[in-house]
Design a protein around this ligand. Structure first.
Ligand code: NDP
Length: 286
């Protein structure tokens, strides 16, 4: 047999997608393991999404990530869903199986939990406060609950969304969950072990902004996490650090969800140091 010049294809469909750093990270991982895989960062509009999904099969992609605005629409195209993706109601990773069927998973929340665990944190029995009720918050709240958290408080500007997520977590997991409306300066509930910013507040170019919370209610006993990864050292985390809290930035979550995707598509364990190091270099973090 001659040489095989055909690459295995993976990628991301989104719009906007230009600033998505996942491809740089995944390709660094492929190269480190000598895998003939590529990661295509493709702008796909909602109107073109059906054709893009046909293309996925036609070009024998191994899989693809979905980002805004396709994470929910993609559910209509899938043959099977993971338990977490079913509960969360959104998919960020599709695997094209050998027989052509499509499997949907959501690795955002798992990436968050694993990044937290990598810092020595154990989620079981913990009281968690989540700022936000959007896609990232949904994935994080569900996975923290599945990982054994005792309680999850969802704080959101739009109360309806917080209530819907709190109901979902209470119904589908063992954790107790309550919703709180975020109007004015929010005081972190006493007894919070882990406080998470799962909103986009602080994301570049608006990196001079921070969630409107009473930072004096953040204590040294708390672990404070941000989903925002650009910049990695958000104002939110700097303020929490000034209160003596342990902080965890959004790069670990991004790297670890990427590592899960890597394994789903290639069958190989991802070189997590390479993935994390690539992201740090990309965002100029020492
Ligand atoms: P969504 O649009 O689904 O949700 C945004 C959330 O932020 C909502 O709860 C919204 O509240 C809240 N929000 C936005 N602006 C404000 C504001 N000014 N005041 C109060 N609340 C606000 O976005 P995603 O959940 O998909 O993404 C959120 C962030 O997570 C982004 O920065 C994204 O880059 C990051 N992310 C990071 C990942 C990682 O691996 N580190 C993975 C995935 C996402 P409301 O409901 O009231 O509108």
């Amino acid at each position: 047999m001659g040489k095989n010049y055909r690459a295995e294809l993976t990628g991301v469909f989104g719009d906007p997608v230009d600033g998505n750093p996942t491809g740089v990270m995944e390709e660094a991982g492929y190269q480190a393991l000598g895998l003939n895989y590529r990661y295509i960062t493709a702008r796909v509009t909602p109107d073109d999404f059906p054709d893009a999904m046909k293309g996925l099969r036609a070009m024998h992609f191994r899989g693809v990530n979905l980002t805004m605005p396709h994470k929910i629409t993609v559910l209509n195209y899938l043959d099977e869903l993971s338990e977490a993706a079913r509960i969360i109601g959104a998919v960020n990773t599709v695997v094209v199986r050998e027989d052509g069927t499509l499997f949907g998973e959501n690795t955002d929340g798992k990436g968050f939990v694993e990044a937290l665990q990598a810092t020595g944190e154990d989620l079981s029995g913990k009281n968690i406060t989540v700022l936000g009720a959007g896609g990232a918050a949904r994935a994080i709240a569900v996975e923290c609950a599945l990982a054994g958290a005792a309680s999850i408080t969802i704080v959101n500007r739009t109360l309806d969304r917080a209530e819907e997520l709190a109901d979902l977590v209470s119904q589908e997991t063992q954790a107790e969950s309550t919703a709180a409306e975020w109007s004015g300066t929010y005081a972190t509930p006493a007894g919070t072990d882990i406080l998470i910013n799962a909103t986009s507040i602080g994301l570049a170019p608006a990196s001079d902004q921070r969630p409107d919370i009473d930072y004096t209610t953040v204590t040294p006993a708390m672990t404070v996490c941000d989903v925002v990864f650009d910049p990695a050292d958000t104002l939110f985390l700097k303020e929490a650090e000034a209160q003596g809290a342990k902080t965890v930035n959004g790069l670990g979550m991004l790297a670890r969800q990427g590592a899960r995707n890597f394994t789903l598509w290639t069958g190989h364990e991802a070189p997590i140091d390479v993935l994390e190091g690539t992201l740090r270099a990309e965002f100029n973090e020492a």
